[in-house]
Design a protein around this ligand. Structure first.
Ligand SMILES: Nc1nc2c(c(=O)[nH]1)N[C@H]1C(S)=C(S)[C@@H](COP(=O)(O)O)O[C@H]1N2
Ligand SMILES: [Mo]
Length: 552
């Protein structure tokens, strides 16, 4: 089906050049724009499923789904074009309009309204010109018929409109305005040829197809090698000043010292990543600015140098995602350097009626945080460094928020650019619009790292180990239950701070057969981790982690 192939090639050329435009100008890529809408519109259960089953592969999978959808749509449009060329053009234009609409209305990293839709415009024009050109090589002229017939009728001459070969075609492809000047045809005129008629321009088809393919592939390839923001060298070249208030040395003995247990400090490369961005922002710190406004006496604007020039504190803080399932991987511990948020708020002069801070990421995503958690003395910071280096791009470069004790989605805004002091009753944030709780302190939790589920163990003395966390309260006890036996105390590793997780070790005598180990933690408020199972939505999972082992 050459027409169907032509449809796909035209759409591919449009996407390739759209991608190139996005890379050159910094606008919203059509594919990313549509996929971002899918993220934002996805019903809760679909998103929960993706987070649980796809993990960090959810992003490539989503891009693949969008590309597949475009390919199928374009294939059908092209196939329809074999008998109804004008419909093929209309469908292709619609595809381009969708790209523009998605870019115009969605979250974007683009600097302004025109640039954000520019790639979509390029996609629309390229794909439309492409489909028209390829249909013409198949002697399927979407602009044929109506216009000529009308002109011929007006002149009172005999129509020659059905004779495609005899027409002199313009050498440049028509623009998208052309269909709009073609009058609507009555339903029963001469049907367009269903198959390529005699005179099918085989060579023209091949040349056009190759040109479209080259535009698509070339645009995509070049867009991939163009720089997409500041470089890794620029990031690593940033000197973070020594903190005025360094963290205490991590005490000896914070680690359970059992093979397979989580490292106490999670290396940046292994740190979990949860966000809604399909392309990682690589903000130039020289142009980054933080605006502080809303219910304040003085609006502030701070640039990156201003921030680095302020009093920096260094702290170990464990982050947790509300989407983490019982026993799940979305928890990590790092040593951060940053500026206390409370000091900046104090300088701005927060009004007494305010109870919330709405922070905004560079892509427009918003997060609502209780003002109290930012001002009650805990080490809530605008972080600029993570584990001894400037923030990695994936983790919010150049500046993100980190607030001990709260789930990330209500506190840990990455790529933060705007802080508005406000009231919870006056706004809703990205995730609260999607069914998650407005306020979400971290639930006391624990996880078994070793042994892994269904591990085969030798009978005799055996050891289990893992982590427990209740940030900003601290962990005071961890217990393990073997099968339905009594709860037995695990040995706690040293505590770093109440804002970090705590490791534990449990020694037991493994007897032959299958056994289930279950863990629970108690926090410094005396709260014992609940056995009641809850899904992550709306305010974090609960229930006890267990692991089944086979002992021989
Ligand atoms: N801009 C932005 N910040 C964000 C998010 C996001 O999607 N966009 N996700 C939040 C969530 S849900 C969590 S759990 C943490 C995760 O931080 P990490 O990816 O550095 O581990 O970032 C938070 N900050
Ligand atoms: Mo999260």
């Amino acid at each position: 089906m050459p027409a169907a192939l032509g449809g796909v090639l035209a759409a591919g050329a449009g996407l390739g050049l759209g991608e190139l435009t996005a890379a050159l100008a910094g606008g919203t890529s059509p594919v990313v724009g549509v996929a971002t809408h899918l993220i934002d519109l996805a019903p809760g259960p679909a998103k929960d499923w993706a987070v649980k089953n796809l993990g960090t592969a959810d992003k490539p999978v989503l891009i693949g789904v969008v590309l597949l959808g475009v390919a199928v749509f374009a294939l059908l449009a092209g196939a329809i074009g074999a008998s109804r060329p004008r419909i093929a053009v209309v469908l292709t234009v619609l595809l381009g309009l969708l790209a523009i609409l998605a870019a115009a209305t969605g979250r974007t990293l683009a600097p302004n309204h025109f640039i954000r839709i520019l790639p979509g415009i390029v996609t629309l024009l390229t794909a439309t010109i492409g489909i028209v050109a390829i249909l013409r090589t198949l002697n399927l002229n979407p602009f044929d018929g109506g216009g000529h017939r009308k002109a011929a009728a007006a002149e009172g001459t005999k129509s020659i409109a059905h004779s495609n070969q005899s027409e002199s075609l313009p050498t440049t492809p028509p623009t998208t305005e052309a269909p709009t000047i073609a009058p609507v045809r009555p339903a029963v005129t001469t049907p367009a040829p269903a198959t390529a008629p005699a005179g099918f321009d085989r060579r023209g088809f091949l040349v056009t197809a190759m040109a479209l393919g080259a535009a698509g592939a070339g645009g995509l390839l070049v867009s991939r090698v163009l720089p997409d923001g500041v470089s890794e060298a620029t990031r690593m070249g940033i000197k973070i000043p020594a903190p005025a208030s360094p963290a205490n040395a991590v005490p000896a003995g914070v680690s359970a010292d059992v093979a397979g247990v989580s490292r106490f400090v999670t290396p940046n490369k292994q740190f979990y990543r949860v966000d809604t961005l399909l392309t990682v922002p690589k903000i130039d710190p020289r142009s980054w600015e933080l605006r502080v406004h809303g219910m304040v006496d003085h609006e502030l604007r701070l640039n990156f140098a201003d921030l680095l020039g302020r009093r920096l504190i260094e702290r170990d803080i464990t982050l947790t995602c509300v989407s983490n399932e019982v026993g799940g991987p979305y928890v990590g511990n790092a040593r951060w350097i940053g500026v206390p948020i409370a000091e900046i708020l104090r300088e701005a002069g927060v009004h007494a009626e305010a109870d919330a801070v709405r922070s905004r990421s560079v892509d427009g995503l918003t997060i609502g945080t209780p003002l109290k958690a930012l001002t009650d003395g805990r080490d809530a910071i605008f972080a600029v460094a993570m584990n001894g280096e400037p923030l990695p791009f994936e983790h919010g470069f150049p500046v993100r928020m980190v607030v001990p004790g709260l789930y990330g989605y209500v506190s840990a805004t990455k790529w933060v650019v705007d802080i508005e002091v406000t009231r919870f009753e006056d706004f809703s944030a990205y995730w609260t619009d999607r069914g998650w709780a407005v306020e979400a302190p971290i639930k006391t939790s624990s996880r078994i790292d070793v042994p892994k589920g269904f591990a085969q163990l030798k009978a005799g003395p055996s050891v289990a180990a893992g982590v427990a966390w209740a940030q900003h309260r601290g962990i005071t006890k961890v217990e393990v239950q073997v099968d339905d036996g009594p709860w037995q105390p695990a040995e706690l590793a040293a505590e770093d701070t109440i804002d970090t997780w705590r490791q534990w070790t449990f020694r037991w005598n493994a007897t032959p057969g299958n056994h289930k180990l279950t863990v629970r933690a108690t926090d410094a408020d005396g709260q014992v981790q609940t056995a009641d199972r809850a899904a992550p939505r709306p305010n974090g999972s609960s229930g006890l982690h267990n692991t089944v082992v086979m002992v021989e």
